[in-house]
Design a protein around this ligand. Structure first.
Ligand code: SF4
Ligand code: SF4
Length: 209
């Protein structure tokens, strides 16, 4: 007869006292450990719509749409869980990851089985877009620019676009005007994309340097 080794005996006694290591899932709910990476959970409140998560997602599971209409423009972000590989890169690289409410976190939810893939999507995150006053090129979302303003403090006054956002947001001054004539120095304090600002700073009203 073969006798059990001491180590096996120790494990058997431990299991008798503590119970088995295996769980009764799916017959009983299971709570994974804290570090477990379940489905990414975006937050409308915490997200600023910067789009960094969509840039770093290796599976391209985050859809980012910039929708422009006559009077407004918005950015829509959606997580597609049927394409997600639960790597956690979106949460790790989220711009607001250290804020009180992060833009996206890895939840502990793992039981996502379904027969309809279309249901495997997150809530839509919608953010207002800021566009160039001259050519309508998208600069970023308003919340992203306000977040940058909060982080920079007094250094904000080194950037004309951010000063324009402050004027609009806190002094109720609307900088959204269409230029009758572009390339005028007086227009340099408007919200402009890098290309239009370069044109204003480098060229005269006749388009010459
Ligand atoms: S967990 Fe990974 S694959 Fe899933 S959405 Fe985030 S970055 Fe993309
Ligand atoms: S704040 Fe975070 S979740 Fe929102 S768009 Fe930026 S990186 Fe993505």
């Amino acid at each position: 007869m073969k006798y059990p080794k001491l180590r096996e005996l120790k494990e058997a006694i431990k299991a008798l006292i503590k119970g088995p290591y295996t769980t009764k899932y799916p017959f009983e709910p299971y709570t994974p450990p804290e570090v477990f990476r379940g489905k990414p959970q975006p937050s409308q409140e915490g997200c600023i719509g910067c789009g960094a998560c969509a840039e770093v997602c290796p599976a391209e599971a985050i859809e980012l749409k910039d929708i422009k209409s006559v009077n407004s423009a918005e950015r829509v972000l959606v997580w597609h869980y049927d394409e997600c590989i639960f790597c956690g890169q979106c949460a790790r690289n989220c711009t607001t990851r250290n804020e009180k409410i992060p833009g996206v976190i890895m939840s502990q939810e793992f039981d996502l089985s379904t027969v309809d893939r279309k249901t495997l999507v997150s809530q839509e995150i919608k953010k207002e877009l800021v566009m160039c006053s001259n050519c309508d090129t998208i600069i970023s979302t308003k919340e992203h620019l306000l977040w940058v303003i909060k982080k920079l403090g007094a250094k904000v006054y080194g950037n004309i676009n951010l000063v324009s956002i402050i004027s609009e947001e806190f002094l109720s001054f609307s900088g959204k005007l269409k230029f009758k004539q572009f390339n005028q120095r007086e227009n340099m304090f408007e919200l402009l994309c890098p290309k239009c600002r370069r044109n204003i700073l480098l060229f005269d009203e006749y388009g010459k340097i």
